[in-house]
Design a binder for this molecule. Structure first.
Ligand code: CDT
Length: 318
């Protein structure tokens, strides 16, 4: 299969006022390129269609809710040209968006839409970073705990039908951004036999500031933030014997909020097969051989033979 991930533009970043039409046009261009290269699945970033809005303070109510989609995201008018194009090309897509349910619950969600246009799985982000209350004197916020509820769909792996080896298709799992830093997210997918893990992210180059607005954390440089991204993807793909497709937003939103980018495709041995080279919209892809998930599953990571779940209780008790 051809598989790919991509970051959005630096120069044409997604700003607070970038219209949906522009984003959709750019996403369709990437689908065109994917189609021309025989790609079967395109993985897009967390909150694909908008800027990373949790960096701003909005009052609860309509001003905040305009960032969310209610109902089937594939049926939301401004997004329809994108989903229709994917269906026309028979490309499956995994896409992040902000979900507003009928019960008025807010989630950071990603949907997997197969090549026939059917939404076959939805995942709601479990690990929400950042704050519930705005911080004072910081150059930007990270208000995911304020704007989203923690996910309640568990980590359910599923079959992506119609593509694959005749046994119902590849086993796929979804994670969103900060989830990729937590070994538990991956292991729960690994225990279900996930062969491909689709992830989208928005990672600021720097994510902490002191009260004078000065960046103070260890990740206050792009190299280190990218290193931490890579080690999460490489180690967890390796120890769960799966491919991972990790798609970044990148660029400098509004000319001041810098995201690391660095979309990658990692193989079941933890080796990076493809990585974006730019901070522009960029498609990367590679062919994958799902049979490569199995030799390590039969030996070094034979979960049934070697794991010690009876000794792991502290993980769920604390
Ligand atoms: N979007 C997201 O989850 N970003 C986090 C950084 C949060 S910094 C408060 C990440 O893990 O990349």
């Amino acid at each position: 299969y051809g598989l790919c991930g991509f970051p959005m533009k630096t120069v044409g970043r997604i700003d607070i006022d970038t219209p949906y039409e522009e984003v959709i046009e750019r996403m369709i261009k990437l689908l065109d390129e994917a189609h021309a290269n025989g790609v079967k699945l395109v993985n897009f970033p967390e909150l694909t269609f908008t800027t990373f809005f949790p960096r701003y303070v909005f009052p609860f109510g309509p001003e905040l809710d305009k960032w969310y989609q209610s109902g089937e995201v594939t049926e939301f008018d401004p997004f329809k040209p994108f989903f229709e194009k994917a269906k026309e090309y028979e490309i499956a897509v995994c896409v992040g968006y902000a979900e507003l349910t009928e019960e008025k619950e807010h989630f950071n969600t990603s949907v997997f839409v197969d090549q026939k246009g059917n939404s076959i799985n939805k995942y709601r982000k479990m690990h929400l970073p950042g704050d519930k209350e705005p911080l004072e004197n910081v150059p930007w916020q990270h208000l995911e705990k304020r704007y989203f509820l923690e996910g309640n769909y568990n980590w359910t792996a599923f079959r992506w039908p119609g593509t694959g080896t005749g046994n119902g298709g590849p086993v796929v799992g979804q994670l969103i951004c900060n989830d990729r830093r937590w070994a538990e997210s991956w292991r729960i997918l690994g225990l279900q036999g996930a062969e491909i893990v689709c992830i989208g992210f928005n990672t600021p180059v720097s994510n902490k500031a002191d009260s004078d607005g000065q960046m103070v954390n260890a990740d206050a440089n792009e190299e280190m933030a990218s290193f931490h991204n890579d080690i999460c993807l490489q180690y967890n793909s390796y120890n769960n014997c799966c491919y991972s497709l990790c798609s970044a937003r990148t660029g400098v939103d509004d000319g001041k909020y810098s995201l690391i980018g660095g979309s990658t495709i990692v193989d079941p041995e933890g080796v990076i097969l493809a990585k974006t080279k730019t901070h522009d919209d960029e498609l990367i892809w590679t062919e994958v051989d799902l049979d490569r998930c199995y030799p390590p599953r039969g030996r070094i990571f034979n979960f049934e033979r070697h794991r010690r779940p009876d000794q792991y209780k502290r993980i769920v008790e604390q």
